[in-house]
Design a protein around this ligand. Structure first.
Ligand code: AHM
Ligand code: MG
Length: 333
């Protein structure tokens, strides 16, 4: 039973028994993500100081350029997960191909693969706007003890064992699900501990916020244009409010708390939209459904889509159930 103010560490131990497959491996995996999130958080929070610290001579003795934060976050998550020997493979939005872990060790029994977008919305870093990390966890489908294969990563979202995000915002939060609801933990930076602050998060069934890059309006399919016009019409609880941060994790997080829809449709410029099915859409879809929301490509459930490649893109509509259904209605027409 989730207790407010419980630490994330306590929560993981207490809830281990409710995971579908209990061996402690998934708990250790989530613990590693918790650790990497704290390390990345520390660096992200210093982003604005980089030049100042650099001028004081505190950076990199080798005189190397300051690493870009998305590269830094990618390295930290991969290092933490590989050093602790708890996964058999990792795929990252920042890497061309998946990474095989433990291929030398014939005795390894690791059964999970992790897919990650280490720093989503990283163009927002320069202007001090929130960014996030998104992760998704599956059980491998090939035999334990052998090197992972592409098919271990190309699984439908409905096969996810856990998924979540970290939002590096006004506070840093880790929000995740293991298929038994969604819980949010807020970091107390003074002592480096995450506390359960948002137990059992739920999308309101209806909302008043729509989040979409309207600069692309002219390139959107007619159904999307019509839905946007519907959002802007004066009737009932409309017009809705438009809010678009351009940082998926932050837009999703706000909409989950307040009620809203996030859209990244296809356009005449990008026939599959922009967001990646495996690193962004599936984990967010799993969270959305676990929080009583909905995620679709405009016509079908995101988590039913059979992936064909690692970096596949897909149109994305996600948020409060009634709003997503309304958008789908416009798409069908
Ligand atoms: P990224 O993975 O390169 O950071 O891109 C993903 C981001 C999302 O966080 C955000 O919602 C979207 O791109 C914004 O795109 P746009 O600037 O086209 O509206
Ligand atoms: Mg991204």
């Amino acid at each position: 039973m989730a207790k407010k103010n419980q630490t994330l560490g306590e929560f993981i131990i207490e809830n281990q028994a409710s995971f579908k497959y209990t061996s402690g491996e998934l708990s250790r995996l989530i613990n590693s993500i918790r650790l990497a999130a704290k390390v990345v958080n520390h660096e992200v929070n210093k982003a604005g100081l980089v030049d100042i610290i650099g001028a004081a001579g505190e950076t990199n003795i080798q005189g190397e350029d300051q690493q870009k934060l998305d590269v830094y976050a990618n390295d930290k998550f991969i290092q933490t997960l590989t050093n602790r020997n708890i996964v058999c493979g990792i795929a990252s939005e920042e890497e061309d191909d998946f990474i095989t872990v433990n291929s030398q060790d014939e005795n390894h029994q690791n059964k999970y693969v992790v897919l990650i977008d280490p720093l989503d919305g990283s163009s927002n870093i320069d202007v001090n706007v929130s960014v996030g990390t998104i992760f998704s966890i599956y059980r491998r489908v090939t035999p334990v003890g052998t090197p992972v294969q592409l098919e271990d990563f190309l699984q439908k979202g409905s096969e996810q064992v856990a998924a979540g995000y970290v939002v590096y915002g006004t506070s840093t939060m880790l929000v995740y699900t293991t298929g038994d609801g969604v819980n949010g933990f807020t970091l107390n930076p003074a002592i480096g501990t995450f506390y359960l602050s948002h137990p059992n998060m739920q999308f309101p069934e209806d909302g008043k916020i729509y989040s979409v890059n309207e600069g692309n309006y002219i390139h959107f399919p007619q159904g999307v244009k019509n839905y946007i016009k519907y959002c802007q019409e004066e009737e009932g609880n409309r017009p809705y409010t438009s809010r678009y941060i351009g940082s998926l994790v932050s837009d999703f997080h706000r909409n989950m708390i307040k009620g809203g829809i996030y859209m990244y449709p296809k356009s005449s410029k990008n026939s599959n939209g922009k967001l990646r099915l495996l690193y962004e859409c599936n984990p967010m879809a799993f969270l959305a459904e676990q929080a009583n929301g909905k995620a679709s490509d405009g016509f079908n459930r995101i988590m039913d889509v059979e992936p064909t490649e690692l970096h596949q893109r897909i149109p994305f509509f996600c948020g409060s159930k009634n709003m997503v259904e309304k958008a789908e209605e416009f798409m069908r027409d």
